[in-house]
Design a protein around this ligand. Structure first.
Ligand SMILES: Cc1cc2nc3c(=O)[nH]c(=O)nc-3n(C[C@H](O)[C@H](O)[C@H](O)COP(=O)(O)OP(=O)(O)OC[C@H]3O[C@@H](n4cnc5c(N)ncnc54)[C@H](O)[C@@H]3O)c2cc1C
Length: 433
Protein backbone atom coordinates (compact mmCIF):
# COMPACT_ATOMS: atom_id res chain seq x y z
CA UNK A 1 0.00 0.00 0.00
CA UNK A 2 1.46 3.37 -1.03
CA UNK A 3 0.34 6.96 -0.87
CA UNK A 4 1.96 9.35 -3.37
CA UNK A 5 1.79 12.92 -2.24
CA UNK A 6 -0.56 14.75 -4.63
CA UNK A 7 -3.72 12.83 -3.74
CA UNK A 8 -5.96 14.01 -0.92
CA UNK A 9 -6.02 11.78 2.15
CA UNK A 10 -8.80 9.28 1.45
CA UNK A 11 -9.65 5.60 1.54
CA UNK A 12 -8.43 5.41 -2.04
CA UNK A 13 -5.07 7.13 -1.63
CA UNK A 14 -4.37 5.02 1.48
CA UNK A 15 -4.91 1.77 -0.41
CA UNK A 16 -3.12 2.19 -3.72
CA UNK A 17 -2.10 -1.04 -5.44
CA UNK A 18 1.03 0.54 -6.96
CA UNK A 19 3.38 3.44 -6.32
CA UNK A 20 4.02 4.61 -9.88
CA UNK A 21 4.64 8.36 -10.20
CA UNK A 22 4.96 9.72 -13.68
CA UNK A 23 7.35 12.50 -14.71
CA UNK A 24 6.36 16.09 -15.39
CA UNK A 25 6.93 17.35 -18.93
CA UNK A 26 10.41 18.79 -19.24
CA UNK A 27 11.01 20.19 -22.73
CA UNK A 28 8.98 20.59 -25.91
CA UNK A 29 7.39 17.56 -27.55
CA UNK A 30 5.28 16.62 -30.59
CA UNK A 31 2.37 14.21 -30.52
CA UNK A 32 -0.43 13.30 -32.89
CA UNK A 33 -3.18 13.61 -30.26
CA UNK A 34 -2.97 15.41 -26.91
CA UNK A 35 -5.48 14.66 -24.15
CA UNK A 36 -5.68 17.30 -21.40
CA UNK A 37 -6.84 15.86 -18.07
CA UNK A 38 -5.91 12.48 -16.58
CA UNK A 39 -9.22 11.48 -15.00
CA UNK A 40 -11.26 8.60 -16.34
CA UNK A 41 -12.59 10.65 -19.27
CA UNK A 42 -9.08 11.51 -20.45
CA UNK A 43 -7.59 8.10 -19.80
CA UNK A 44 -10.49 6.20 -21.39
CA UNK A 45 -10.11 8.44 -24.45
CA UNK A 46 -6.36 7.86 -24.50
CA UNK A 47 -6.71 4.09 -24.12
CA UNK A 48 -9.37 4.00 -26.84
CA UNK A 49 -6.96 5.87 -29.11
CA UNK A 50 -3.91 3.79 -28.18
CA UNK A 51 -5.88 0.58 -28.74
CA UNK A 52 -6.70 1.90 -32.21
CA UNK A 53 -3.01 2.37 -32.94
CA UNK A 54 -2.96 6.16 -32.49
CA UNK A 55 -0.07 8.14 -31.02
CA UNK A 56 -1.44 9.80 -27.90
CA UNK A 57 -0.09 11.86 -25.00
CA UNK A 58 -1.96 12.72 -21.78
CA UNK A 59 -1.08 15.63 -19.51
CA UNK A 60 -2.48 15.76 -15.98
CA UNK A 61 -2.13 18.79 -13.70
CA UNK A 62 -1.65 16.65 -10.55
CA UNK A 63 -1.65 12.86 -10.70
CA UNK A 64 -3.83 10.51 -12.72
CA UNK A 65 -7.16 10.10 -10.93
CA UNK A 66 -6.50 13.10 -8.66
CA UNK A 67 -9.93 14.59 -9.51
CA UNK A 68 -13.36 13.02 -9.14
CA UNK A 69 -12.21 9.74 -10.70
CA UNK A 70 -10.06 8.87 -7.68
CA UNK A 71 -12.30 10.17 -4.89
CA UNK A 72 -15.77 8.83 -5.62
CA UNK A 73 -18.23 6.24 -4.35
CA UNK A 74 -16.73 3.56 -6.59
CA UNK A 75 -20.11 2.62 -8.12
CA UNK A 76 -20.08 1.48 -11.73
CA UNK A 77 -23.31 1.17 -13.69
CA UNK A 78 -24.76 1.94 -17.11
CA UNK A 79 -26.57 5.20 -17.86
CA UNK A 80 -25.84 8.89 -17.34
CA UNK A 81 -26.38 11.42 -14.57
CA UNK A 82 -29.48 12.74 -16.37
CA UNK A 83 -31.29 9.44 -15.80
CA UNK A 84 -33.19 7.37 -18.34
CA UNK A 85 -36.52 9.23 -18.21
CA UNK A 86 -34.99 12.64 -18.84
CA UNK A 87 -33.02 11.22 -21.76
CA UNK A 88 -36.14 9.73 -23.38
CA UNK A 89 -37.96 13.04 -22.90
CA UNK A 90 -35.14 14.93 -24.59
CA UNK A 91 -34.40 12.74 -27.63
CA UNK A 92 -37.07 10.04 -27.84
CA UNK A 93 -36.80 6.32 -27.25
CA UNK A 94 -34.68 5.29 -30.24
CA UNK A 95 -31.86 7.78 -29.68
CA UNK A 96 -32.05 7.32 -25.92
CA UNK A 97 -31.55 3.58 -26.46
CA UNK A 98 -28.54 4.24 -28.68
CA UNK A 99 -27.04 6.54 -26.05
CA UNK A 100 -27.69 4.07 -23.25
CA UNK A 101 -26.23 1.22 -25.30
CA UNK A 102 -22.92 3.09 -25.35
CA UNK A 103 -22.77 2.73 -21.57
CA UNK A 104 -23.97 -0.90 -21.56
CA UNK A 105 -21.09 -1.67 -23.94
CA UNK A 106 -18.75 0.42 -21.76
CA UNK A 107 -19.68 -1.69 -18.72
CA UNK A 108 -18.64 -4.82 -20.62
CA UNK A 109 -15.47 -3.09 -21.84
CA UNK A 110 -14.54 -2.06 -18.29
CA UNK A 111 -14.81 -5.66 -17.09
CA UNK A 112 -12.81 -6.84 -20.11
CA UNK A 113 -10.09 -4.23 -19.56
CA UNK A 114 -9.77 -5.12 -15.88
CA UNK A 115 -9.02 -8.68 -16.98
CA UNK A 116 -6.96 -7.93 -20.07
CA UNK A 117 -4.66 -5.45 -18.32
CA UNK A 118 -4.69 -7.24 -14.94
CA UNK A 119 -5.99 -4.15 -13.12
CA UNK A 120 -5.92 -4.66 -9.36
CA UNK A 121 -9.03 -2.66 -8.39
CA UNK A 122 -10.94 -5.21 -6.37
CA UNK A 123 -12.76 -6.50 -4.61
CA UNK A 124 -15.41 -6.16 -7.28
CA UNK A 125 -18.76 -6.47 -5.55
CA UNK A 126 -21.76 -7.08 -7.79
CA UNK A 127 -25.11 -5.32 -7.41
CA UNK A 128 -26.35 -1.77 -6.95
CA UNK A 129 -29.54 -0.91 -5.08
CA UNK A 130 -31.37 2.37 -5.57
CA UNK A 131 -33.46 2.88 -2.44
CA UNK A 132 -36.72 4.81 -2.39
CA UNK A 133 -36.57 7.59 0.18
CA UNK A 134 -40.16 8.69 -0.32
CA UNK A 135 -43.13 6.59 -1.32
CA UNK A 136 -42.19 6.57 -4.98
CA UNK A 137 -43.01 2.93 -5.67
CA UNK A 138 -45.30 3.73 -8.61
CA UNK A 139 -42.71 5.81 -10.45
CA UNK A 140 -40.04 3.23 -9.61
CA UNK A 141 -42.25 0.52 -11.11
CA UNK A 142 -42.72 2.59 -14.27
CA UNK A 143 -38.96 3.11 -14.42
CA UNK A 144 -38.24 -0.62 -14.13
CA UNK A 145 -40.69 -1.27 -16.98
CA UNK A 146 -39.12 1.45 -19.11
CA UNK A 147 -35.61 0.11 -18.49
CA UNK A 148 -36.69 -3.27 -19.83
CA UNK A 149 -38.92 -2.09 -22.71
CA UNK A 150 -36.84 0.81 -24.03
CA UNK A 151 -33.31 -0.14 -23.01
CA UNK A 152 -33.47 -3.95 -22.73
CA UNK A 153 -31.96 -3.70 -19.24
CA UNK A 154 -33.05 -5.82 -16.28
CA UNK A 155 -33.96 -4.12 -13.02
CA UNK A 156 -35.80 -5.65 -10.04
CA UNK A 157 -38.35 -3.78 -7.95
CA UNK A 158 -37.76 -4.71 -4.31
CA UNK A 159 -40.50 -4.33 -1.69
CA UNK A 160 -40.10 -2.20 1.42
CA UNK A 161 -40.01 -5.42 3.44
CA UNK A 162 -37.20 -6.95 1.40
CA UNK A 163 -35.13 -3.77 1.52
CA UNK A 164 -35.63 -3.35 5.27
CA UNK A 165 -34.55 -6.96 5.89
CA UNK A 166 -31.17 -6.06 4.41
CA UNK A 167 -30.99 -2.38 5.44
CA UNK A 168 -32.44 -1.90 8.89
CA UNK A 169 -33.95 1.58 8.61
CA UNK A 170 -37.41 3.05 8.35
CA UNK A 171 -36.13 5.61 5.81
CA UNK A 172 -36.42 3.30 2.81
CA UNK A 173 -39.74 2.45 1.20
CA UNK A 174 -38.46 -0.13 -1.26
CA UNK A 175 -35.75 -0.22 -3.89
CA UNK A 176 -34.73 -0.90 -7.46
CA UNK A 177 -31.95 -3.47 -7.78
CA UNK A 178 -29.53 -3.28 -10.69
CA UNK A 179 -27.77 -6.66 -10.97
CA UNK A 180 -25.31 -5.47 -13.63
CA UNK A 181 -23.89 -2.62 -11.52
CA UNK A 182 -20.94 -3.18 -9.20
CA UNK A 183 -18.52 -1.34 -6.96
CA UNK A 184 -14.72 -1.29 -6.93
CA UNK A 185 -11.60 0.75 -6.05
CA UNK A 186 -12.01 3.64 -8.49
CA UNK A 187 -8.54 5.16 -8.05
CA UNK A 188 -6.78 1.83 -8.59
CA UNK A 189 -8.95 1.29 -11.66
CA UNK A 190 -8.10 4.75 -13.03
CA UNK A 191 -4.41 4.19 -12.38
CA UNK A 192 -4.69 0.76 -14.03
CA UNK A 193 -6.17 2.36 -17.15
CA UNK A 194 -3.26 4.85 -17.13
CA UNK A 195 -0.81 1.93 -17.02
CA UNK A 196 -2.70 0.31 -19.91
CA UNK A 197 -2.33 3.51 -21.97
CA UNK A 198 1.43 3.30 -21.43
CA UNK A 199 1.50 -0.43 -22.24
CA UNK A 200 -0.13 0.48 -25.56
CA UNK A 201 2.54 3.07 -26.32
CA UNK A 202 0.83 6.22 -25.00
CA UNK A 203 2.73 8.80 -22.93
CA UNK A 204 1.48 10.35 -19.68
CA UNK A 205 2.94 13.39 -17.92
CA UNK A 206 1.79 14.15 -14.38
CA UNK A 207 2.24 17.48 -12.55
CA UNK A 208 1.84 19.06 -16.00
CA UNK A 209 -0.90 21.65 -16.23
CA UNK A 210 -1.96 23.17 -19.54
CA UNK A 211 -2.05 26.90 -18.93
CA UNK A 212 -2.34 28.42 -22.38
CA UNK A 213 -3.46 27.28 -25.80
CA UNK A 214 -3.13 28.09 -29.46
CA UNK A 215 -5.81 26.10 -31.20
CA UNK A 216 -6.78 28.24 -34.21
CA UNK A 217 -4.04 26.89 -36.51
CA UNK A 218 -2.73 23.42 -37.21
CA UNK A 219 -0.69 22.04 -35.61
CA UNK A 220 -1.92 23.24 -32.24
CA UNK A 221 0.23 24.37 -29.33
CA UNK A 222 -0.49 23.72 -25.66
CA UNK A 223 1.82 25.43 -23.21
CA UNK A 224 2.74 24.02 -19.79
CA UNK A 225 5.37 25.18 -17.29
CA UNK A 226 7.71 22.39 -18.43
CA UNK A 227 7.40 22.87 -22.19
CA UNK A 228 5.12 23.26 -25.20
CA UNK A 229 3.27 20.38 -26.80
CA UNK A 230 2.62 20.47 -30.52
CA UNK A 231 -0.32 18.30 -31.54
CA UNK A 232 -2.55 17.68 -34.56
CA UNK A 233 -5.59 17.11 -32.36
CA UNK A 234 -6.44 18.12 -28.80
CA UNK A 235 -9.07 16.59 -26.50
CA UNK A 236 -10.25 18.47 -23.39
CA UNK A 237 -11.18 16.21 -20.45
CA UNK A 238 -10.88 18.62 -17.50
CA UNK A 239 -14.39 18.33 -16.04
CA UNK A 240 -15.16 20.48 -12.96
CA UNK A 241 -11.46 21.37 -12.67
CA UNK A 242 -11.28 23.20 -16.02
CA UNK A 243 -10.74 26.62 -14.40
CA UNK A 244 -10.01 29.28 -17.02
CA UNK A 245 -8.34 27.02 -19.57
CA UNK A 246 -10.97 27.13 -22.33
CA UNK A 247 -13.76 29.73 -22.27
CA UNK A 248 -16.51 27.79 -24.06
CA UNK A 249 -16.05 24.70 -21.90
CA UNK A 250 -15.73 26.66 -18.70
CA UNK A 251 -18.93 28.57 -19.49
CA UNK A 252 -20.73 25.25 -19.99
CA UNK A 253 -19.53 23.64 -16.74
CA UNK A 254 -21.19 23.74 -13.33
CA UNK A 255 -18.62 22.59 -10.76
CA UNK A 256 -20.55 20.76 -8.02
CA UNK A 257 -18.86 19.68 -4.77
CA UNK A 258 -19.78 16.44 -3.01
CA UNK A 259 -18.21 14.50 -0.12
CA UNK A 260 -17.25 11.07 1.14
CA UNK A 261 -16.58 9.77 4.65
CA UNK A 262 -14.68 6.62 5.59
CA UNK A 263 -15.68 5.27 8.99
CA UNK A 264 -13.58 3.27 11.40
CA UNK A 265 -14.18 -0.50 11.07
CA UNK A 266 -17.33 -1.77 12.79
CA UNK A 267 -17.49 -5.22 14.37
CA UNK A 268 -19.57 -7.56 12.16
CA UNK A 269 -22.34 -7.91 14.79
CA UNK A 270 -22.62 -4.09 15.07
CA UNK A 271 -22.64 -3.55 11.29
CA UNK A 272 -25.32 -6.24 10.97
CA UNK A 273 -27.70 -4.19 13.11
CA UNK A 274 -27.84 -1.78 10.15
CA UNK A 275 -26.35 -3.11 6.91
CA UNK A 276 -26.65 -6.79 6.00
CA UNK A 277 -25.79 -6.87 2.30
CA UNK A 278 -22.69 -5.91 0.32
CA UNK A 279 -24.33 -3.83 -2.44
CA UNK A 280 -23.69 -0.25 -3.49
CA UNK A 281 -26.59 1.87 -2.19
CA UNK A 282 -27.87 5.21 -3.48
CA UNK A 283 -31.16 6.73 -2.41
CA UNK A 284 -33.34 8.53 -4.92
CA UNK A 285 -33.13 12.11 -3.62
CA UNK A 286 -31.47 14.68 -5.91
CA UNK A 287 -28.70 15.13 -3.34
CA UNK A 288 -29.08 11.78 -1.60
CA UNK A 289 -26.71 9.44 0.24
CA UNK A 290 -24.59 6.87 -1.59
CA UNK A 291 -22.61 4.30 0.34
CA UNK A 292 -21.19 0.82 0.55
CA UNK A 293 -19.74 -1.43 3.20
CA UNK A 294 -16.09 -2.39 2.76
CA UNK A 295 -14.76 -5.89 3.48
CA UNK A 296 -13.08 -4.81 6.75
CA UNK A 297 -16.33 -3.52 8.28
CA UNK A 298 -15.90 0.15 7.39
CA UNK A 299 -18.60 2.12 5.64
CA UNK A 300 -17.68 4.39 2.74
CA UNK A 301 -20.46 6.99 2.90
CA UNK A 302 -21.00 9.72 0.32
CA UNK A 303 -23.47 12.53 0.01
CA UNK A 304 -24.20 16.25 0.24
CA UNK A 305 -23.59 18.93 -2.38
CA UNK A 306 -22.03 22.32 -1.74
CA UNK A 307 -19.97 25.02 -3.40
CA UNK A 308 -17.78 25.10 -0.29
CA UNK A 309 -15.25 22.30 -0.71
CA UNK A 310 -13.79 22.71 2.76
CA UNK A 311 -16.75 22.73 5.13
CA UNK A 312 -16.06 22.82 8.84
CA UNK A 313 -16.98 19.62 10.74
CA UNK A 314 -17.36 17.65 7.52
CA UNK A 315 -16.69 14.26 9.12
CA UNK A 316 -19.08 14.93 12.01
CA UNK A 317 -21.80 16.19 9.69
CA UNK A 318 -21.48 13.09 7.56
CA UNK A 319 -21.61 10.86 10.63
CA UNK A 320 -24.88 12.68 11.34
CA UNK A 321 -26.10 11.65 7.87
CA UNK A 322 -25.34 8.01 8.70
CA UNK A 323 -27.26 8.31 11.97
CA UNK A 324 -30.25 9.86 10.19
CA UNK A 325 -30.56 6.57 8.30
CA UNK A 326 -29.23 4.21 10.99
CA UNK A 327 -29.81 5.78 14.44
CA UNK A 328 -28.99 2.40 16.02
CA UNK A 329 -25.30 3.06 15.21
CA UNK A 330 -25.14 6.08 17.56
CA UNK A 331 -22.05 5.81 19.75
CA UNK A 332 -20.85 2.81 17.73
CA UNK A 333 -19.70 4.35 14.48
CA UNK A 334 -16.75 6.75 14.31
CA UNK A 335 -15.19 8.78 11.50
CA UNK A 336 -11.74 8.01 10.10
CA UNK A 337 -11.28 10.45 7.19
CA UNK A 338 -13.56 12.58 4.99
CA UNK A 339 -12.76 14.28 1.69
CA UNK A 340 -14.37 16.47 -0.98
CA UNK A 341 -14.53 16.07 -4.76
CA UNK A 342 -15.76 18.22 -7.62
CA UNK A 343 -18.10 16.94 -10.28
CA UNK A 344 -18.54 18.74 -13.59
CA UNK A 345 -22.19 19.07 -14.58
CA UNK A 346 -23.92 20.46 -17.65
CA UNK A 347 -27.29 22.13 -17.07
CA UNK A 348 -28.96 19.18 -18.86
CA UNK A 349 -26.97 16.64 -16.80
CA UNK A 350 -25.86 14.71 -19.91
CA UNK A 351 -22.18 14.55 -20.77
CA UNK A 352 -20.79 17.03 -23.28
CA UNK A 353 -19.04 14.97 -25.91
CA UNK A 354 -18.17 16.39 -29.30
CA UNK A 355 -15.91 18.58 -31.38
CA UNK A 356 -15.43 22.27 -32.15
CA UNK A 357 -14.16 21.08 -35.53
CA UNK A 358 -10.63 21.33 -36.88
CA UNK A 359 -9.15 18.76 -34.49
CA UNK A 360 -10.43 20.15 -31.17
CA UNK A 361 -12.56 17.74 -29.11
CA UNK A 362 -14.14 17.64 -25.66
CA UNK A 363 -15.38 14.89 -23.35
CA UNK A 364 -16.70 16.22 -20.04
CA UNK A 365 -19.75 16.85 -17.85
CA UNK A 366 -20.31 13.34 -16.50
CA UNK A 367 -21.62 14.69 -13.20
CA UNK A 368 -22.18 12.15 -10.44
CA UNK A 369 -22.47 9.17 -12.79
CA UNK A 370 -19.17 8.94 -14.59
CA UNK A 371 -17.35 5.76 -13.69
CA UNK A 372 -18.94 3.87 -16.57
CA UNK A 373 -20.05 6.73 -18.81
CA UNK A 374 -16.49 8.12 -19.12
CA UNK A 375 -15.48 4.90 -20.86
CA UNK A 376 -18.46 5.31 -23.22
CA UNK A 377 -17.42 8.92 -23.89
CA UNK A 378 -13.77 7.99 -24.36
CA UNK A 379 -14.70 5.32 -26.88
CA UNK A 380 -16.99 7.74 -28.75
CA UNK A 381 -14.22 10.33 -29.09
CA UNK A 382 -11.56 7.73 -29.94
CA UNK A 383 -13.79 6.21 -32.64
CA UNK A 384 -14.48 9.73 -33.98
CA UNK A 385 -10.80 10.70 -34.13
CA UNK A 386 -9.86 7.36 -35.70
CA UNK A 387 -12.54 7.92 -38.36
CA UNK A 388 -14.25 4.69 -37.35
CA UNK A 389 -17.72 6.14 -36.75
CA UNK A 390 -19.52 9.27 -35.58
CA UNK A 391 -21.31 7.93 -32.51
CA UNK A 392 -20.20 11.09 -30.66
CA UNK A 393 -22.87 12.97 -32.66
CA UNK A 394 -25.53 11.16 -30.59
CA UNK A 395 -24.73 13.72 -27.87
CA UNK A 396 -25.31 16.74 -30.15
CA UNK A 397 -28.88 17.45 -28.96
CA UNK A 398 -27.48 18.27 -25.50
CA UNK A 399 -24.42 20.35 -26.31
CA UNK A 400 -22.54 23.08 -24.49
CA UNK A 401 -25.39 24.88 -22.77
CA UNK A 402 -24.55 28.03 -20.85
CA UNK A 403 -24.01 27.29 -17.16
CA UNK A 404 -23.55 30.81 -15.82
CA UNK A 405 -20.03 31.84 -16.92
CA UNK A 406 -18.32 33.81 -14.16
CA UNK A 407 -21.57 33.52 -12.19
CA UNK A 408 -21.18 29.70 -12.42
CA UNK A 409 -20.46 29.13 -8.70
CA UNK A 410 -23.58 31.15 -7.76
CA UNK A 411 -25.66 29.23 -10.29
CA UNK A 412 -24.25 25.99 -8.84
CA UNK A 413 -25.15 27.10 -5.32
CA UNK A 414 -28.69 27.90 -6.47
CA UNK A 415 -28.89 24.43 -8.03
CA UNK A 416 -27.80 22.81 -4.74
CA UNK A 417 -30.45 24.71 -2.83
CA UNK A 418 -33.02 23.74 -5.40
CA UNK A 419 -32.08 20.06 -5.06
CA UNK A 420 -32.06 20.28 -1.27
CA UNK A 421 -35.44 21.98 -1.27
CA UNK A 422 -36.84 19.23 -3.51
CA UNK A 423 -35.40 16.55 -1.20
CA UNK A 424 -36.75 18.27 1.90
CA UNK A 425 -40.20 18.50 0.31
CA UNK A 426 -40.05 14.82 -0.76
CA UNK A 427 -39.13 13.77 2.79
CA UNK A 428 -41.98 15.80 4.28
CA UNK A 429 -44.43 14.16 1.93
CA UNK A 430 -43.06 10.70 2.75
CA UNK A 431 -43.40 11.34 6.49
CA UNK A 432 -47.01 12.46 6.06
CA UNK A 433 -47.92 9.18 4.27
C1 LIG B 1 -17.25 12.42 -4.21
C2 LIG B 1 -17.70 11.90 -5.54
C3 LIG B 1 -18.43 10.71 -5.59
C4 LIG B 1 -18.82 10.17 -6.82
N1 LIG B 1 -19.34 8.90 -6.87
C5 LIG B 1 -19.54 8.30 -8.07
C6 LIG B 1 -19.89 6.93 -8.15
O1 LIG B 1 -19.97 6.22 -7.15
N2 LIG B 1 -20.12 6.40 -9.39
C7 LIG B 1 -20.01 7.14 -10.53
O2 LIG B 1 -20.27 6.63 -11.63
N3 LIG B 1 -19.60 8.43 -10.49
C8 LIG B 1 -19.34 9.01 -9.29
N4 LIG B 1 -18.90 10.30 -9.25
C9 LIG B 1 -18.66 10.99 -10.51
C10 LIG B 1 -17.40 10.51 -11.23
O3 LIG B 1 -16.34 10.39 -10.30
C11 LIG B 1 -17.08 11.50 -12.34
O4 LIG B 1 -18.18 11.64 -13.20
C12 LIG B 1 -15.89 11.06 -13.18
O5 LIG B 1 -14.81 10.68 -12.37
C13 LIG B 1 -15.49 12.20 -14.12
O6 LIG B 1 -14.25 11.90 -14.71
P1 LIG B 1 -13.46 13.05 -15.48
O7 LIG B 1 -12.25 12.45 -16.04
O8 LIG B 1 -14.42 13.72 -16.39
O9 LIG B 1 -13.11 14.12 -14.35
P2 LIG B 1 -11.98 14.11 -13.23
O10 LIG B 1 -11.77 12.75 -12.68
O11 LIG B 1 -12.33 15.18 -12.27
O12 LIG B 1 -10.66 14.47 -14.02
C14 LIG B 1 -10.38 15.74 -14.55
C15 LIG B 1 -8.87 15.89 -14.49
O13 LIG B 1 -8.46 16.99 -15.28
C16 LIG B 1 -7.30 17.52 -14.71
N5 LIG B 1 -7.12 18.88 -15.24
C17 LIG B 1 -7.97 19.94 -15.14
N6 LIG B 1 -7.45 21.02 -15.73
C18 LIG B 1 -6.25 20.64 -16.25
C19 LIG B 1 -5.24 21.33 -16.99
N7 LIG B 1 -5.34 22.63 -17.29
N8 LIG B 1 -4.14 20.64 -17.36
C20 LIG B 1 -4.00 19.33 -17.05
N9 LIG B 1 -4.92 18.62 -16.33
C21 LIG B 1 -6.04 19.28 -15.95
C22 LIG B 1 -7.61 17.50 -13.21
O14 LIG B 1 -6.45 17.59 -12.44
C23 LIG B 1 -8.34 16.17 -13.08
O15 LIG B 1 -7.49 15.12 -12.67
C24 LIG B 1 -18.54 10.88 -8.03
C25 LIG B 1 -17.86 12.09 -7.97
C26 LIG B 1 -17.43 12.60 -6.75
C27 LIG B 1 -16.67 13.90 -6.71
Amino acid sequence: MHSPSAYPDSFYSRTLSDAVERPALDGDIDTDILVIGGGMAGLATALGLAERGKQVTVIEARQVGWGASGRNGGFVSSGYAAGAGRMVEAVGETQARALNDLTVNALTLIRRRIERYGIDCGPIVEGKLGTLWGDTTESAKANVEMMERVFGEKRELWSEEKVRDLYVTDRYHGGVFNPSGFHFHSLNFTRGIAAAVEQRGGRIYEHTEAHSLRLDKSPKHVVTHGGTITANQVVFCCSGYIGHLEDRLRAATLPVGTFVLLTQPLEPDILETAIRAPYAIADDRAAGDYYRPLPDGRILWGGRVSSNLDPRNLAQDMLGDILTVYPQLAGKVAADVAWPGTMGYATHRMPQIGTFGDGVWYCQGFGGHGMCATTAGGEAIAAGIAGEDERYTLFEPFGLTYAGGILGPYVAQAVYWWWQLGDWWGSRKARRL
